[in-house]
Design a protein around this ligand. Structure first.
Ligand code: MG
Length: 443
């Protein structure tokens, strides 16, 4: 008999505005889904997937049933996406563990699609069971990258498999003999992007309560950046079959029935399941046609993720261009404006807008040496408020004309004024009582 105890925690993180992760905890089924695709799409995809998974597993609680449940979840998300244009392109990762009984023995069935992960913590050592379905991981497998390089590679988030992005999906499946004292960790990439395996191990080895351990792991991921949604499920085997823990094998199979026994399965080590397309996995290895279909599907997913990145980049570039254009327009508007004002009774030419504009304050460019006493009294109030001019030269002409107007007398016969006797001003005459010949705003 096997008895499990679990705890989970989920958090939006410090950067995202919504949490598109989901955790599942039931007595016999545990899962983490990490949704993707637009503002609402990711949440919808994750919810549809876990609900369909739980329902299908409930109908057939076996290893094969869990694998089939993932396929059903994929179909539900895929169909929903096709029927709702606003949700098109949504998808989700899914990793799950189910407790099943086969041939009188308890077995943990573990499935995975995407880059959420499942680990086994056994005897103080953390082992990653699942393999990320990402471009970076593919490059590790082909020897193009090391594991350390993949952890920081820009393509580490580009998925090669996900639920709901195609009509069928290949599911990785493992069967594991539950050993008392073992602890399983299911998590979204929001945890593993922030924490090293040693940091995760430290929490799992020091905190016995699974709920508390899940909480602490989420908090630690937040402390280390929290750049994504963070979701953790910790499952403890509190009562397990009396097996040698070191011999408790993790056996990889792929989207097929469980191997009858570990020894007979002859499967590869944990984390290296082969990839069989769903339609043919039960019977035979994939043919060339199926492999081509799988490759096309992977490229489609990769393109979708890149498209999002390109759109985001385009948006940032356009926003930057608009802001830069607005900045230079304001700058041009301000630096091509002048006015005449008064400073300590002296007329001064300023560059800028009267009273300032946005972040620009007027700058003094020319002191004229002309005081308010040198110009007609009727203009003084306007000068204190500021009189706009189109250039420095125009502003100086305006001041000169004001000074000339002060020093002229009205000729009653001509209607023009002439310089006052003894005045040093040589400015041309102007019509008495009117504004000087300038673009100045009349008071
Ligand atoms: Mg994520």
């Amino acid at each position: 008999m096997t008895l499990l105890r679990s705890g989970s925690a989920s958090d939006t993180g410090l950067v995202r505005s919504v949490n598109q992760d989901l955790a599942v905890e039931t007595p016999t089924l545990f899962a983490v889904a990490d949704g993707m695709g637009g503002h609402a799409g990711g949440e919808v995809a994750a919810r549809l997937a876990v609900d369909a998974l739980a329902a299908a597993f409930g109908r057939q609680p076996t290893g094969a049933g869990l694998s089939q449940a993932v396929n059903e979840a994929n179909s539900v998300v895929w169909e929903h996406s096709r029927e709702n244009p606003e949700l098109r392109g949504m998808g989700t990762t899914l990793t799950a563990v189910g407790l099943v009984n086969e041939d009188g023995h308890d077995v943990l069935a573990l499935v995975n699609v995407g880059d959420s992960r499942s680990y086994r913590f056994h005897d103080g050592e953390l082992s990653q069971i699942t393999t990320d379905h990402s471009l970076a991981e593919e490059m590790v497998r082909t020897g193009e990258l090391t594991t350390a390089e993949a952890a920081v590679h820009p393509h580490r988030h580009i998925l090669t498999r996900a639920l709901g992005v195609s009509s069928d999906v290949a599911v990785d499946l493992w069967r594991i003999q539950p050993a008392r004292g073992d602890r399983y960790l299911l998590c979204s990439d929001g945890l593993t992007n922030e924490l090293e395996p040693a940091q995760i191990s430290e929490v799992l080895s020091s905190v016995s309560d699974p709920r508390r351990a899940a909480d602490l792991l989420v908090q630690a991921a937040r402390t280390h950046g929290g750049s994504d949604n963070i979701t953790v499920v910790v499952v403890d085997v509190v009562v397990g079959e009396d097996v040698d823990a070191d011999a408790a094998p993790v056996v990889a199979a792929v989207n097929s029935d469980f191997a009858p026994a570990a020894e007979e399965a002859g499967a590869g080590p944990p984390g290296e399941p082969e990839e069989y397309p769903a339609a043919v996995a039960d019977e035979k290895p994939p043919g060339r046609r199926e492999r081509r279909r799988a490759k096309r599907r992977e490229r489609r997913i990769a393109r979708g993720r890149r498209l999002i990145t390109f759109r985001t980049l385009l948006f940032v570039i356009l926003l930057g261009a608009v802001l830069a254009g607005a900045y230079y327009a304001v700058d041009w508007y301000d630096t091509n404006s002048y006015f005449v004002g008064v400073n300590n009774n002296e007329l001064v030419v300023y560059q800028g807008r009267i009273g300032g504009f946005l972040w620009y304050n007027p700058v003094e460019v020319k002191r004229t040496g002309v005081t308010t006493a040198d110009v007609p009294a009727t203009y003084v109030d306007a000068l204190h408020a500021g009189v706009e001019e189109s250039s420095v030269a125009s502003a100086l002409t305006y001041v000169a004309n004001l000074e000339a107007a002060k020093n002229c007398e009205l000729n009653p016969s001509s209607g023009f004024c002439a310089p006052t006797p003894g005045s040093s001003t040589t400015s041309p005459s102007t019509t008495a009582g009117s504004a000087p010949p300038t673009t100045a705003k009349a008071p």
